[in-house]
Design a protein. Structure first.
Length: 420
């Protein structure tokens, strides 16, 4: 008897609907093997959701920390201030007229507060300590500084004309307590030295250890008196939602540049934040690649075994007139269905675990350059969930490619010999 080594003379491509039905039945044929493959896929997808949600929550909390303890959402200043103003704040002062024009172009929903900066010395009568000072509007700054931790005493109020808030590092270095009197010495905008006496009302910690080791905050009026000026260095904008930052910044571009001013958003002002985000993005990218490889390795064995067990069936399909492309599509569809089902289980498991973990919280130690511990949670983002689902499904399809190619290229007569 003669066997044709090629396909049947009359080749019929199977409809996609029929192939999907066959693939679904084949996935459920060996329940134990399918269960192990699904568990591997689901574990990888759930792991990506949990790790991705953890990283995004860390980044979100870091952003809110720096916004609500230091920078606000947007800062407006004289052109050149953000490059050189920290060294020479007196050279980059906005006059009252500049302030009125700038504030007129700010969207109504943004809360605006004025600040002036200075560098000088703080003295308690026994020793002197170099400080960076800020003149602030106490009532408005209290609404911005919701992430600052008041360790002792109380916040500044509009009534504290000669009060001061000091960072924890300054208080520790000078042995200050609420009620301590200190003298602040700084150069005026004209270059002369001036001094003002203030009383410590409170000691605080922010997110940044370096910031806390130098900062002293006094009322805007006292800072202007110390520096002999009516100007300010920056206008700080506080928005109702951090997600509105880009939209508000786009509205400010034309108005601010026309006044000879410039602005920076909170992520531009905090270089540490941007570097941290870049670091975690790369780490999470490597993690996704590792999970992809692990899922492929976990699934490829099961897929290979399942395909090899059915070589005779594929030979029968070819002998009945189906194309090698049908065989390849069938194996790939089985991988796709397995991956989609496993990824779906992983998404459900990951989201459920994320909710439980977020209810409890994960106590975290202070990050580098910080004194404040925090409670981490798992942030569920559609992009993370969709990315994890894609990795799980794609890995399984990728694991099916080589077995599908191998069995589709097998001669019909050789495949039929393996029929039991």
């Amino acid at each position: 008897m003669h066997y044709d080594t090629g396909a049947s003379p009359v080749q019929r491509a199977l409809p996609l609907k029929v192939l999907i039905g066959l693939a679904a039945r084949n996935v459920g044929r060996n329940k134990a093997r399918s269960a192990l493959s699904l568990a591997a896929i689901a574990a990888g997808v759930a792991g990506l959701i949990l790790s991705g949600g953890f990283v995004h929550d860390l980044v979100r909390q870091l952003g809110e920390f720096v916004i609500h303890s230091q920078s606000g959402h947007i800062q407006i200043a004289k052109a050149g201030y953000f490059e050189s103003g920290t060294r020479f704040p007196g050279k980059y002062l906005m006059s009252p007229d500049d302030l009125r024009r700038a504030e007129a172009g700010i969207p109504e929903k943004a809360e605006v507060m004025r600040r002036i900066s200075f560098s000088g010395l703080a003295s308690n009568g026994l020793s002197s300590y170099p400080i960076v000072g800020e003149g602030i509007e106490p009532d408005r700054e209290s609404r911005l500084g919701t992430f600052m931790v008041l360790m002792e005493g109380r916040n500044l109020s509009p009534k504290d004309q000669y009060g001061a808030l000091v960072g924890a590092g300054v208080a520790r270095a000078m042995d200050l307590k609420p009620g301590s009197l200190i003298s602040l010495v700084a150069p005026t905008v004209d270059g002369a030295m001036n001094t003002v006496d203030v009383e410590v009302t409170g000691i605080f910690q922010s997110y940044s250890k370096d910031y806390d080791e130098r900062i002293v905050k006094i009322s805007l009026a006292r800072a202007q008196e110390l520096l002999n000026t009516r100007g300010v260095n920056v206008l700080v904008l506080l928005l109702s939602d951090t997600r509105n930052t880009a939209r508000v910044a786009s509205l400010l571009v034309a108005e601010i540049k026309a006044l000879g001013l410039e602005f920076r958003t909170w992520d531009q002002l905090n270089d540490f934040y941007r570097k941290t985000v870049d670091l975690y993005d790369r780490q999470f990218g490597v993690l996704r690649l590792i999970v992809l490889i692990m899922v492929i390795l976990a699934v490829v064995g099961a897929v290979n075994m399942g395909v090899l067990e059915r070589v005779g069936e594929f030979g029968t399909m070819r002998a009945l007139g189906n194309t090698s492309w049908d065989v390849m599509r069938l194996v790939m569809l089985e991988g796709l269905l397995m991956g989609a089902l496993g990824a779906t289980i992983g998404v459900i498991t990951g989201m459920g675990s994320a909710w439980v973990i977020s209810q409890v919280g994960i106590p975290m130690p202070p990050p580098p350059n910080s004194n404040l511990a925090y409670t981490a949670r798992i942030l569920l983002l559609p992009s993370v969930i969709a990315g994890a689902f894609f990795v799980g499904a794609f890995a399984t399809v990728l694991a099916s490619v080589i077995p599908a190619l191998r069995v589709s290229r097998l001669p019909v007569v050789e495949a039929l010999r393996r029929l039991v």
